[in-house]
Design a protein around this ligand. Structure first.
Ligand SMILES: Nc1ncnc2c1ncn2[C@@H]1O[C@H](COP(=O)(O)OP(=O)(O)OP(=O)(O)O)[C@@H](O)[C@H]1O
Ligand SMILES: [Mg+2]
Length: 503
């Protein structure tokens, strides 16, 4: 073992057994404080010491940090620190053990106040090594004259210190990984929390209210909306805002995989259940234990899977393919769909019983064209999100006008892509309208003939007709789209004789 300063053959067999037992009991301790305490207590007990101290060098500097102490009260620790400040430092610096059977007569230790005033008779201090670095030291002493440490105890303690150093390194690595994990989770929460769902338009108010309302509970939610409207973002925000936030969020899309693969993804399988099942595998429901399963494109799940899913929801347990034993699960289900599920139920392509189980709450995401004012907010958000390290960019007034005037078939995702592309294509600071690459407006038609009034009425009628057509004759929606009150639209419908076909 690197740096082992003793001959292991000097250790008695019974002591080797003790060493083995101590190692067994400390290797599994991942909490650094507990580990240091266990190491020191074992050492004190094994060599029949009266008191003990385990000190570590902190991070980079050579600051000593007391990791554990036995029979040294905090009052005495200063005094002990005095012992250590000389003895420990000597060990830490030189890397060799300090061992004395009669401290009072040891010429090298005579000057140390703590040794004379503390009445220490015998002391032993060995280094803790990690690789070829000394990272700490283990100190034990006795104040009674009778029991003195032996050479064999020194070799034993050195061996223990080397093993402890490995365990300490292990615990430190684990602590670091756990810290990183916490940080990553926090970052993830930052990325997926509701604060990242941008938009305050009136059309989004019910969305915000519902997200807030369902976060505190375990109800199933279906998020409906056109492509790119933020369905997954909403599902993640619900998860992140729920008591399940620390557990996994696992997504699967009903549109991506063939039936048999979806089943094995969802429920897992037993080794040998089918050709290719070479290992036991957990399904998504088990992976997400304690957390959330997000069923994207839930409307596309094949009928067989719909039936199995219904059973899972009723019984709250799953069976891996090829296994009879059910396994209890604790997950929340969130779904997303492009097409309203109610329609699919009517068409009989989605099971009604499953629909009622999943659809406790529906959150309908409006398309971007209905979110007046949000385009500018989102554009600003994406500009920040994709800001290049080299320097900030901003949108010119013309670019902002073009964004706001655009009809966004791809919704928020399309807007995000447009901004991202424009950032890359713009060498300077200001992103112009051209860099957005949006389809230009149709060239202006020649100005109409006749009176201004006739021209305005012609435009008014065309726009009302189009809004009614595109909203399927829904007066409320058409009025919203035209930016006028419902009553005003009704007057216009009457004036142009369009009210007979309106619902
Ligand atoms: N309100 C919003 N605020 C900020 N970013 C948003 C918002 N809505 C959507 N996005 C972003 O737009 C992109 C598309 O969102 P998301 O994947 O959630 O949409 P979707 O409805 O699931 O799309 P699809 O139907 O294509 O699966 C993501 O990058 C997401 O972060
Ligand atoms: Mg999606």
């Amino acid at each position: 073992m690197a740096g082992f300063d003793g001959d292991i053959t000097k250790i008695r067999t019974s002591r080797l057994q003790t060493l083995f037992e101590i190692t067994q009991s400390i290797v599994g301790i991942l909490d650094l404080r507990k580990l240091l305490d266990a190491v020191l207590r074992s050492a004190v007990e094994a060599v029949h010491a009266e008191r003990g101290l385990l000190a570590l060098l902190s991070g980079k500097g050579d600051d000593l940090e007391v990791g554990a102490a036995v029979n040294l009260e905090s009052k005495e620790l200063d005094e002990a620190a005095d012992i250590s400040r000389s003895t420990l430092r000597q060990v830490l610096r030189g890397g060799d053990a300090v061992f004395t059977q009669n401290a009072q007569q040891d010429a090298g230790l005579m000057g140390r106040t703590s040794i004379s005033s503390g009445g220490i008779h015998t002391l032993l201090c060995v280094p803790l090594r990690s690789g070829d670095r000394v990272v700490g030291a283990l100190y034990v002493d006795n104040r009674t004259g009778e029991s003195r440490f032996t050479e064999e105890a020194r070799v034993f303690l050195s061996a223990l210190a080397n093993l402890a150093a490995l365990a300490i390194q292990n615990a430190r690595t684990y602590e670091k990984a756990a810290e990183e994990n916490t940080l990553l989770k926090r970052e993830l929460r930052g990325r997926y929390g509701i604060e990242n769902f941008v938009g305050r338009s009136d059309a989004l108010r019910p969305v915000h209210e519902k997200i807030e309302a369902v976060s505190g509970s375990d109800v199933s939610v279906v998020v409906e909306g056109e492509s790119g409207t933020g369905k997954e973002l909403v599902a993640r925000a619900i998860h992140t805002g729920s008591r399940r936030a620390q557990a996994p969020f696992v997504a699967i899309s009903g549109a991506e995989l063939p039936e048999n693969l979806i089943e094995s993804e969802l429920f897992g399988f037993k080794k040998g259940a089918f050709t290719g099942a070479s290992i036991d595998k957990k399904g998504i429901f088990e992976e997400a234990e304690g957390g959330t399963v997000f069923l994207d494109e839930v409307g596309c799940l094949p009928p067989g899977v719909q039936a199995k899913l219904l059973r899972v929801l009723q019984e709250r347990e799953i069976r891996r393919i090829g296994e009879n034993q059910p396994r209890r699960i604790d997950v929340r289900i969130l779904c997303a769909t492009n097409r309203p599920l109610a329609e699919m139920v009517k068409e009989k392509s989605f099971r009604e019983d499953l629909y009622f189980r999943l659809n406790v709450v529906t959150i309908a995401l409006p398309p971007l064209r209905k979110r007046a004012g949000d385009v500018a907010r989102l554009a600003g958000h994406f500009l920040k999100k994709h800001q290049p390290a080299a320097g900030p960019k901003r949108l010119s007034a013309a670019a902002m006008t073009a964004l706001e005037g655009h009809d966004w078939p791809g919704n928020v995702r399309e807007l995000e892509n447009v901004i991202q592309r424009a950032i890359v294509l713009t060498p300077g600071e200001e992103i112009g309208a051209d860099a957005l690459g949006l389809a230009r407006e149709a060239p202006k038609a020649a100005a109409p003939e006749g009176s201004l009034r006739e021209a305005l009425e012609g435009t008014e009628r065309t726009m009302v007709e189009r809004a009614m057509r595109e909203t399927g004759g829904n007066v409320t929606h058409a009025a919203e789209r035209l930016g006028i009150a419902r009553q005003q639209l009704q007057r216009l419908l009457k004036r142009y004789g369009l009210d007979r076909s309106a619902s």
